[in-house]
Ligand binder design. Structure first.
Ligand code: FVH
Length: 292
């Protein structure tokens, strides 16, 4: 795609992710202006063809779409608040990882300043940007999404989740929750086999195969959760699950390791059994998270 088919884009923030995004935009022929708080992090992207701006305000003037890819919600406000006037009338895409309510707050802030706001959740690490497997979830202004869709698609698959600016972050954070609890489980498991001298590297391929096989049952779990009926189809009841989890905690204790990653789900199961739902399906554990 040639430059004439893309609107100019500004990238605020040249950390690992900002640099990957800017490089990929330049490669896709998008006229790209970049800025970073700490000078000197733009050498590679400037060599690739990006224009470096000395200040965030100057950078904003270079793009129709301004992408903020900063550390966190506070750094977004620290960067954008002083240049709200320059941003007025522009389109803003926040690709910083912010919690759903923070994304909604940012959308309100943008509306007050006459800025059209789109939020995004990046489901990729920097090395994946622009390659197969990179995916970015978007919500907020559909006008911004559609206007810049070709540029956004150069970064990874681009999916619009709706006009609620918190939705992309909600999906993003839900997926990250699944990821981190999986990693926590792996850390506990690796510590457990490690007590018998098994290196984590030897255990990892087997763990990956097992977790992948189990992940294929998620749609069945989801179907039961969505039905709200935890007694019609019971593959594994809560009493059985409690005894399995108690045994796993015992094994950790015997091996001299703690079982915090497992304790999260074990506590939910314990509470459901204590509340008299022992014959219900394991999937009923989600109700403990909802306070039921
Ligand atoms: N890296 C990853 O794998 C993940 C993948 C999923 C999405 N995340 C999120 O993307 C945001 C940026 O991540 P990053 O990898 O670029 O992060 P860093 O390399 O640590 O760079 C942080 C940039 O933020 C700038 N910055 C920090 N505080 C401020 C501030 N108060 N004012 C202005 N800029 C600030 C920092 O600038 P400097 O330290 O170089 O001056 C970097 O440009 C993030 O939300 C991830 O969760 C990435």
């Amino acid at each position: 795609m040639t430059n004439t088919q893309h609107h100019p884009v500004t990238v605020l923030g040249l950390g690992a992710m900002g640099r990957a995004l800017a490089q990929t935009l330049v490669k896709a022929g998008v006229p790209t202006t970049v800025w970073n708080r700490t000078p000197g992090r733009d050498a590679e992207v400037v060599a690739a063809g990006a224009v470096s701006a000395a200040t965030a305000g100057q950078a904003v003037r270079g793009g129709d779409l301004v992408i903020a890819v900063l550390l966190d919600h506070a750094s977004v406000h620290q960067t954008l608040d002083p240049i709200a006037a320059e941003l007025s009338g522009k389109q803003l895409l926040n690709l910083t990882s912010t919690a759903p309510e923070q994304s909604r707050e940012l959308a309100e802030w943008a509306a007050v300043h006459g800025i059209d706001f789109l939020d995004g959740g990046i489901m990729a690490v920097p090395s994946m940007i622009g390659a197969d497997g990179s995916s970015i979830l978007y919500s907020g202004s559909e006008t911004v999404f559609q206007a810049h869709r070709p540029a956004l698609e150069s970064l990874g698959s681009a999916e619009f989740f709706g006009t609620d600016p918190g939705l992309a972050a909600l999906w993003d954070f839900a997926l990250l929750t699944s990821m981190y609890t999986m990693f926590g489980g792996f850390f506990q498991a690796a510590a457990l086999v490690g007590t018998a001298g098994v290196p984590a590297a030897e255990f990892a391929p087997r763990a990956a195969a097992w977790v992948s096989a189990m992940a294929s049952s998620l749609p069945r779990y989801a179907r039961i959760i969505d039905s709200g009926d935890y007694t019609g189809e019971v593959f594994q009841d809560l009493v059985f699950t409690k005894s399995a989890l108690d045994a796993l905690r015992q094994a950790a204790s015997d091996a001299g390791i703690t079982a915090e990653p497992l304790s999260g789900i074990a506590d939910l199961v314990d509470r459901q059994v204590a509340a008299g739902h022992g014959a219900a399906a394991f999937e009923r554990s989600i109700e403990a998270l909802r306070g039921h």
